[in-house]
Write a protein that binds this ligand. Sequence first.
Ligand code: DAH
Length: 346
Amino acid sequence: MIDKIKSYLEDIASANPSGADELESFRLKYLSKKGIIPELFDEFRNVPADLKKEVGQKLNELKQKAQEKYNSVKRSLITEVSSVSEIDLTKPAFPYPEGTRHPISIVRRELIGIFSRIGFTVSEGPEIEDDNHVFTKLNFAPEHPARDMQDTFYIYRISPEESNPGDILLRTHTSSVQVRVMENQKPPIRTISPGRVFRNEAISARAHCIFHQIEGLYIDENVSFADLKQTLSFFAAELLGRDTKIRLRPSYFPFTEPSAEMDVSCTICGGKGCNVCKYTGWLELLGCGMVHPNVLEACNIDSKKYTGFAFGMGIERAAMLKYQVNDLRLYFENDLRFLEQFRTAL
Ligand code: DAH
């Protein structure tokens, strides 16, 4: 038996399995359960006691040599494979198309950020509304032209004979959320309401049937027009830059008295006059005013004790001023050439 082992030792020393297949046959021949070495261990039981020590040592040596050979060949095979594929850890990962935020989302988030820094919370209301919240409680007279089918998408109208829970419609402005907030909360109220609004308008560069607004509402004791002006001038500086000037022009809205429209100094020429501001130096940004006492009373807020201001602006409009986009339709067409330009504006 000792001679057999010695000759296997020589075989193993000179064996040079190349490749995974040959290495596997080597393993099967010597090391697997039915291989030569386990068989020799079986035979070892019959070795006479006086030879057991010598044979045992040789047998262990054989097993060890076979295992070492197997391990070293296996290791060289693995390094061969990885050196062939040359993994380059500095290469970029496989190209994952990375999305960008829509400019309307970017500006919406920015507007929320600005107002939340001065204590405004965010509230939302339904897009499908009733006449009460969109018009009546906002002090629109029954025959006000804004209720006309021309502007409003009605879902259904209740005829005057029926008991009248109000017409159901798509909201034409986010001022409806003011009403919902005032119905459900006690002053002090300080909230902004971003959302989608709908108007029956022909689509053009300057108008769209769906767009976004953000509404602001502040109700407390002793709120004055000066508070409104300070809030809006802070807002304009945050959105468009420290040098931005604001101007309030008298205007009319049924739900505010007095009412105003706010212009900002032109974001292109800084007020000197250019074709964007039509050489006026000003661009219109939003409507605002002191909440009409009729509106407060319609929402069960005591108009002798409380006053408040409100404002509302188009998010597309704000984005247009900020990014100098001159066509509203671009916001809705999902043209990647347009959207990709906002990649860095997160
Ligand atoms: N709701 C008005 C619109 O859609 C915007 C507006 C004007 C909102 C004045 C207000 C406000 O809260 O005080 O044109």
